[in-house]
Design a protein around this ligand. Sequence first.
Ligand code: AMP
Length: 429
Amino acid sequence: MKILVVGGGGREHALVWKLKQSPRVEKIWCAPGNGGIAAEAECVAIDAGDVGAIVAFAEKVHPDLTVVGPELPLVNGLTDAFRQRNWPVVGPSQQAAQLEGSKIFSKEFLERHGIPTAKMYGTYDSPSEVYDALNSVAFPVVIKADGLCAGKGVFLAPDFAAAKDFVQRAMEKDELGPGGKRILLEEALEGEELSFIILTDGKRYAPLVPTRDHKRVFDGNQGPNTGGMGAYSTDELLPDALPETIRSTIVEPTLQGLAADGIPYQGFLYIGLMLTNSGPKVLEFNCRLGDPEAQAILARADFDLGEILGDVAAGRLDPSKLRWKPGASACVVLTSGGYPGRFEGGKRIDGLTSLEQITGVKALHAGTKLVGDTVVTNSGRVLGVTAVGKTLEAALASAYHAVAKIHFEGMHYRKDIGAHASELRAAGH
Ligand code: AMP
């Protein structure tokens, strides 16, 4: 198989790394890839959101399979362009990707099919309507911008003043771009969050191993939200009857609802859940693998990813083929100093080669590039140091042992990835 992977972050490096281990995979291109992916695939300088350029490239090289990592090409209709040409591709259609691309579409879908989610107060097209509505909601209230806002579109407002400030920035000052022009208000849910990701061919589906990510930039969940500071996976995240409850109350009604609405879904579907006192409820859908959850998940994959993704594209997924390493995995993200605010790129990264000697550890590149032979930082999130272990503690120890060998100017990471897992277990989550 010759495979084209679209994207250039840690998730795509994890996909390339696992695809490369497949005996049936002969060649991998990655558009655009990054400094680490370049060691394992041929990187092609095409923007991941540029549907026309990706189609033109595929026309030239004829991949046997194309795997789309990020949301932007999905929302831009890349898979539709491939399917019109009968080219095998993994990823939902533009319409199905609205589950992520529009929070209002996704909320209305959940309500229409009676799938547990936070209660919606309403959707609004003008700031004055939102200010009126804010007079009759309970605080804290959750405010969501409808469209894609690079992770900045959701705000948990503690009071009216904070809510008004966010709405002003989104709707009046256009700080979130076009995605902030419509607003949704919903009830704030309490509980622990859990990412539940499935892979589906439109008919059958396989749940991937459960993960939990860490969004805040500093230890103890302090500081601003980021694209993800780390993640871990252990089966204990899903104790007892919880997987069955999630499958029967959330996953199956979602897939049936999509089919009933005439929107078949193929690819990865990420379901962000809040485990509330009254059961799991949907916070959000993403139409792709999460990042850095993908790194933690794929590190535990014990199957031929090339075969499985080929099966998905061909509509013949056999869920029993997805086997997982027992134990746990952990991914610690190393960021540029200052991220998610201003930061400088171009810093030389030292110590990467020493990781190659450590078994069970892999440095997955999120934002790096090659300058000559030197790997330098090229983004806010730079590396995801990923490790497996017999237990979560062992996986974390390996990951942090490896992190200690890496250095670049301004490097920052959280020291408490997975640290609360045992407390949560004790609390019954
Ligand atoms: P979303 O992009 O919708 O997942 O929102 C991003 C984050 O905001 C989630 O991961 C939660 O931490 C938080 N969030 C979203 N919706 C709610 C809600 N209804 N109640 C509490 N927190 C929420």
